[in-house]
Design a protein around this ligand. Sequence first.
Ligand code: GUN
Length: 291
Amino acid sequence: MTKLLNGNQLAKEIRKEISKEIEKKILSKNKRIPHLGIILTGTNNSSITYVNSKIKECKNIGIQSTLVKLPIDSTEEKLLEEIKKMNTNPLIDGFIVQLPLEKHIDQDQIILSINPKKDVDGFHPENFGKMALDMKTFFPATALGILTLLERSKIKISGKHTVVIGRSRIVGKPISILMSRKSYPGNSTVTLTHSNTLNIEYYTKQADIIIVAVGITGFLKGNMIKNGAIIIDVGINKNGKNILGDVDFRSVYGKASYLTPVPGGVGPMTRVMLLKNTLMAALTNRKHPTL
Ligand code: GUN
């Protein structure tokens, strides 16, 4: 039997916990509410949808948000200018630059220009490096959402073999690092597979846990997994009005022990983790007089 991991329900519980923490550590001390900045460039429909849902999440929980929208033909200099403003604005606790960026903009330069202390995406190399070295820092929201979903569902990870499919900096790389770290949740043996992996089934058939983030509808099929595997579907693929995952639900359901549905699995956990990182930024940064 397959148990569906309900990300909507868990995200709701975590929202309540964050609200309580804001009340206790910020509002009751008459401090200003946490403030998230978002920079959105261009007209990518998915990016607009994601950003709107991030703003809505902030509003629902009582976190302030400021959106800076830049036209599609904005130069890299203009984007760097807006980042500088966010970096130095003491009223912004943390901010994100929504990805992907237009082709004429150097994404690495943009990420490098974000103040690591305000990098609530956890994408800056300083934060990424800290994460890889088991130091306290912001963890990328999707990876943190997956870890939390596994942890709160009391799924044992230690000693298990995790196969990650996809090596993006947003999901695949960070989750493979976090699943293997010497900590809880962690201590898993991780195999990171990707588009150049030969005979991917060889790996997936051995996996106790599979985390699939490739952006291909129905990529992971039932005949690629072993009985009782735990399947985490990170895919958000549009099909008309429907959203479909990277897992072929029909063939995997019944064979897996746990499965995250799409929608309603990893997605809501990702959104709520950005709020958690924003609160963390507000609580840590305000101790530093330079911010
Ligand atoms: N694009 C898709 N996911 C993300 C994310 O988590 N952060 C940013 N900044 N852009 C994204």
